[in-house]
Design a protein around this ligand. Structure first.
Ligand SMILES: [Zn+2]
Ligand SMILES: [Zn+2]
Length: 107
């Protein structure tokens, strides 16, 4: 598959990358649109992780579902959150998922 790979703000290359597979509990999503976040254009922040494929605000269609996934099926249109909320803390229980501590924890 092709991917836009970030090296620096003035150096983004189209490269071939291995097609990922959906693991247990995961979805493989064909990206239709991706936002450009403010953090994506802060070169001092991103260049430390280069080369990297950017895009953490995306939407697309489900290509395949991993083992144990029953709520989504190939062809479903989805929006992908940039982090996985715990769904158990006080913020999550109030629907304020972006305040959950998981947003700041490394993955
Ligand atoms: Zn963002
Ligand atoms: Zn939470």
């Amino acid at each position: 598959m092709r991917a836009a790979v970030y090296y620096r703000n003035d150096d983004v290359r189209i490269e071939d990358r291995p097609r990922p597979a959906a693991g247990p509990g995961e979805l493989l999503v064909r990206i239709i649109a991706s936002g450009i976040c403010g953090s994506d254009v802060m070169e001092w922040y991103r260049v430390k992780k280069a080369p990297i494929v950017l895009g953490h605000e995306v939407s697309g269609t489900v290509e395949s579902a991993g083992e144990g996934v029953t709520a989504f099926h190939p062809g479903d249109r989805v929006v992908v959150s940039h982090h996985v909320p715990c769904m158990t803390c006080a913020f999550c229980l109030e629907g304020k998922h972006t305040l959950c501590d998981t947003l700041r924890s490394p993955c």
